[in-house]
Structures are given as structure tokens and as C-alpha cells.
Design a protein around this ligand. Structure first.
Ligand SMILES: Cc1ncc(COP(=O)(O)O)c(C=O)c1O
Length: 384
């Protein structure tokens, strides 16, 4: 069987098709499916971009591994925000979105017959990228009883001498769970003993709803000596999903190997976008922290109040713009979500889209405008 044949079907394509069908039939669809911020990129960044795009120096091939100005801004920001020290030249790599970095990471170290530990509840890319690199994805469970953190004993059991990577994602999509220092210390210890590269997908690191600051893996590890890598994204925090820019930081050899893979595939991010991203990490960052706190906690409250009043059990989470809720009764997640679309015109995502552990759960994204959030909450709340 070829590698492409081994890829699981992409559930989100089916949801998209059902959504289009409902819209074509005249249903006023409220789309709470995809995590794609509805708010615009901040005006200050658009101004920087407008100027940068006019500069002919920016029209040529970009610096392959990232512009030094941006890498220095990243290094400063990691120090100020997360207390992390990384060298901008050897320990920072600019990515064409974090999906790109996650997708290429297995190519750095996975050979045919190797395996990679992936969360079952997780962003589908970890497993797909493993398969495309010729490896075997080994899912580990994330369950509500453990706050959607993995059981280190299960991780250890799944690891063998062909295990190359452990993918984690905190703050977590789809559950909103966060990891604390103690958790990072325990998995880091395990990865050191087993000589496994520890990856944290930190796409939602700055999207917290209670003003807290989740602990970076790079703060607990020593990225100069521990084989760790953390991927941060501009997408969710700065409403920049369409711009395609993110960065990885971590151990020089791990970051360097990812840079080498990318050299054979892409030629870096448009320099004007990199200049804009460097600006984002300055004053605009504080502005966006305020915006995140202004927008998402309010939307979450509207949604969670409606769900809880209607008897839904919602996972209590302080981060991300997702609401993770149990499907009531014994109906399957896919059936529940199909009926939500057909009977209510509301798009929500069935839990199994993130792995078999998502059965019995569904995800609501709060990245729709306030009117849609209120309308979606009303329809679900009154549904019986
Ligand atoms: C957990 C997680 N990681 C990574 C990404 C990719 O983000 P981007 O490629 O826009 O940086 C997403 C996007 O939805 C995500 O949910």
C-alpha cells in the first residue's frame, strides 16, 4: 500500500460538503466549525505591510530560514514573554504557518519502520505527516479524567527504540486543556531517557481566556541541550491565518534539521510578511492580548451558559477559542453534528475528527461574530 493510500479520510471535507449543501438549500447556516478568527488583522500591521510591499528589496527571494530582523524579534519576544533564551540564528526558524513546520518535521528523523507518538485527540497533521514520512503513528489517549493530559505511563509503554518524535499540543485543540510545569518536567524526563524529540505545537499559546500565561516547554527544558522544539503561530493570536507565517524555536540540531528539509521544499516567507510579523511581536502584541481577552471570554460565556442551561456537560478550560462539550445521550458525535446542521443550521465539529478518543464529544469554535455566536447558542440551547 502506498503512503497516500494510508492517509485516513479527512472528516472536515465531508463537513464542508454538508455545509455547502445546506446553504444551497437556503438554510441560514451558523458556522462554528473551523478555528479561523473572524476579526481582521490589526490595522497597524496592515500599514506596515502596505509599506513593506512597496519596497523592491522585498520582492526578491526571502532569506531561506527567515529574516534576521524577525528571528531577533522572536528571540526577544520569547525572552520577554516566556523567559526563554534562544539564539536567533541557530535556534529560530521561520515557517510558512505552523502546519507547514509540523508537516515537515517527521521528514527530519523518521525512517521506514520508525514510529511517532501522537495525541488521540489531536490536530490530524501529526499523524498524516508521520505516514507521509514512512513512519507509524502511535496514538496515545487524552481523556477527560486526566484533564486531557496524557498518562506518562502510557507514553512510556508505547515508546521503543524506533520512537523518534512525541507530538504534544498545549494549549490543546480541541479541548482547551493546558499543561503546567510539572507536566512538562515529567514528559521531558521521559523523552530524555528514551532519546525522543519532544515537540510542542503552541499554536494557541497566547489565546488564554483568564489572563494566564501557559508555561512554554522551552522554559522548562534547556533548548540548548534538550532535543525539544516548540512551534508558535501568528495565525490565531493576530488574526493572520491567511498570511501563512509562524516560527519554530528549540534545540539547534532539531531546528537546523527542519531548516534543511525546508531548503528542499520552500524558499521561505515573503519578506514583507516577515517584516509585518516582526512588528506584530512589538507593541501590537499587547494590543492583541487585550483584544483576545475582550472578545473570546465573552463569547465563551454566552455559549457555555446556553449549553449548560440545556444540560450539556462542557469541559472547563482556560485557553483556546474552542468549547469542548459532551454529546448528550447515546447518539454518536457524527450523527449529533449531522442533525445539528440539518435541524438547526449550526455547524459544529464531531470529536472523532480529532481521533477515536473524541467519540461522544463535539467542538464549537468561537471564531464567528457575536451575532452568530448568540444565534448558535440560542439554537443549540432551545434544541430538543
Ligand atoms: C493545533 C493546531 N496546530 C497548528 C495549526 C496550524 O496553524 P497555522 O498553520 O495557521 O499556523 C492549527 C490550525 O488550526 C491547529 O489547530
Amino acid at each position: 500500500m502506498g503512503r497516500l493510500d494510508k492517509l485516513p479520510p479527512y472528516l472536515f471535507s465531508a463537513i464542508d460538503a454538508a455545509k455547502k449543501k445546506a446553504r444551497a438549500a437556503g438554510v441560514a447556516v451558523v458556522d462554528l466549525g473551523v478555528g479561523d478568527p473572524d476579526r481582521p488583522t490589526p490595522a497597524a500591521l496592515l500599514e506596515v505591510m502596505s509599506r513593506a510591499v512597496m519596497d523592491p528589496d522585498n520582492h526578491r527571494y526571502p532569506a531561506q530560514r527567515g529574516d534576521l530582523v524577525l528571528k531577533q524579534a522572536v528571540s526577544r519576544w520569547l525572552a520577554d514573554r516566556h523567559g526563554v533564551q534562544v539564539d536567533p540564528v541557530t535556534q529560530v526558524l521561520i515557517l510558512v504557518g505552523s502546519k507547514e513546520g509540523l508537516g515537515h518535521l517527521p521528514l527530519t528523523c523518521v525512517q521506514e519502520g520508525d514510529n511517532v507518538l501522537i495525541p488521540d485527540l489531536g490536530y490530524p497533521v501529526y499523524g498524516q505527516a508521520t505516514i507521509l514520512a514512512g513512519g507509524e503513528p502511535r496514538p496515545f489517549r487524552l481523556v477527560a479524567d486526566r484533564g486531557f493530559l496524557p498518562d506518562p505511563a502510557e507514553l512510556e509503554e508505547l515508546m521503543d527504540d524506533r520512537t523518534r518524535l512525541l507530538f504534544l499540543n498545549y494549549p490543546n485543540n480541541p479541548t482547551g486543556a493546558v499543561a503546567d510545569r510539572g507536566f512538562w518536567e515529567s514528559v521531558l524526563g521521559l523523552c530524555r531517557r528514551k532519546n525522543v524529540v519532544l515537540v510542542n505545537d503552541a499554536a494557541y499559546m497566547e489565546v488564554t481566556l483568564d489572563g494566564s500565561r501557559p508555561v512554554s516547554l522551552l522554559k522548562v527544558a534547556d533548548p540548548a541541550s534538550d532535543r525539544v522544539i516548540e512551534l508558535h503561530s501568528f495565525s490565531k493570536m493576530f488574526n493572520m491565518t491567511g498570511w501563512r507565517i509562524a516560527f519554530a524555536a528549540g534545540h539547534p540540531a532539531v531546528v537546523g534539521d527542519l531548516g534543511r528539509v525546508k531548503e528542499s521544499i520552500d524558499s521561505g516567507v515573503f519578506t514583507a510578511i516577515q517584516a509585518t510579523a516582526a512588528h506584530a511581536l512589538g507593541d501590537v502584541f499587547a494590543e492583541m492580548l487585550d483584544e483576545v481577552m475582550r472578545v473570546y471570554p465573552r463569547r465563551r460565556r454566552i455559549m457555555v451558559d446556553a449549553l449548560e442551561k440545556a444540560g450539556f456537560e462542557v469541559f472547563d478550560s482556560p485557553a483556546t477559542f474552542y468549547v469542548w462539550s459532551r454529546v448528550p445521550g447515546s447518539e454518536s458525535s457524527v450523527e449529533f453534528c449531522r442533525r445539528a446542521l440539518e435541524e438547526l443550521g449550526v455547524v459544529v465539529t464531531p470529536g472523532p475528527g480529532f481521533g477515536s478518543g473524541g467519540e461522544g464529544w463535539f467542538r464549537i469554535s468561537l471564531t464567528a461574530d457575536d451575532r452568530d455566536i448568540a444565534e448558535g447558542a440560542r439554537r443549540i440551547g432551545e434544541w430538543r
